[in-house]
Design a protein. Sequence first.
Length: 422
Amino acid sequence: MPTRKLTVALAFIVTVTALACAADALDDLAMNQDGMVPLFEVDPFWPKPLPNQWVMGATIGVDVDSRDHIWLVQRNTPDQFAARTETGLKPGGVGSQDPVLSECCQAAPPVLEFDQDGTLVGSWGGGEAFGVPGGFVSDGDYEWPTSNHGLTVDHNDNVWIGGNGRTDSHIVKFTRDGQFLAQYGRANARADGDGFAEDSHDRNNFGRVAKIFVDEVANEAYISDGYVNRRIAVLDASTGEMKRYWGAYGDPPDQSEIPDRYVPGETPPKEFRPPVHCGELSNDRLLYVCDRPSNRISIFQTDGTFVEEHIINPATMNQGSVWDLDFSPDEDQTFMYLADGQNMFVSIIRRETMEVLYRFGDGGRQPGLFFAVHSLTVDSSGNIYTTETYEGKRIQKFTYMGMGSVPSGLDVIWPADKRRGS
């Protein structure tokens, strides 16, 4: 067989095999036998090493696109080891060291795209020819966030990015290869002498957006707005026009004073506590909102009608237990996966009852452990991908291993012979 035909045939076989594996995974989840839960195992060799001596900073947003490629947005901040440069400007936005300190390393661009094997297949992003972390690009078309935050790839494979920096009151949208499409809001729109003037009723700008979800059915973008504002805002995904918004319990946000910190056993506040950290729409058209500092998942209909709320890990203080969530890939989305950056684990939840079935992870640096697990996403085969902020600075893959009995206790999901006490 000629080489080209052999290559095409092999590619076809690989594609069919991958689709069959994904279908098996969905079948397993759909059966949802009593007492059975999805099980995972960390892949310590995913992703592959980055090229160009690139290193990542705090990893913030993650999503999966229509090709099952995994997208990451990360922040590069000055680092004594990110010293090598040939151009005088580092791709991720850190200025050059003078004199150069060592041969390694260079900051990776903010946006990274990986295929299923963990190979980097795309990278771009930043402001001013990628030489600074934020501000206008050289032609003045858009303002890169000073602290990029959530990343979402929509049904058209357009990439949406928010920001929670001091002046980030806007959203930017690009094609998958980094071509600028639109900016909604403008940077520094409401900054005053003390930083940011809160206004959860502004129909043109935002208050440090944490995350974006784009609904293919209605062509609407749900904005978790955010680190200063206290609302979910819904935009026309094509024009950016704001169509509606709401606060806790579906009421208009009134920005009334509420205690800054959660107190175990409290009556949940009538307002979201910033940051409103995520909003994810399920297949049955329910919006699940992360009220992070209140340990609260609030559930709404798409028009903002309040349905119910659930407090998760109610003893959690400080930054809260509800950081990000996604669903299992079966049609019913039987399970919810919740990133808990304060407690350093991922919770597996039965979505119908919101019962926490088990957790995996723990604090640490080794594969399968976390330092502030920040965001997560799920691919079509049921694999989970997580990011870690602060000093975590990595993305991890947790391979779906099929259905099984509920694990006992919190553990690192390594192969059985490598786990604690083995």
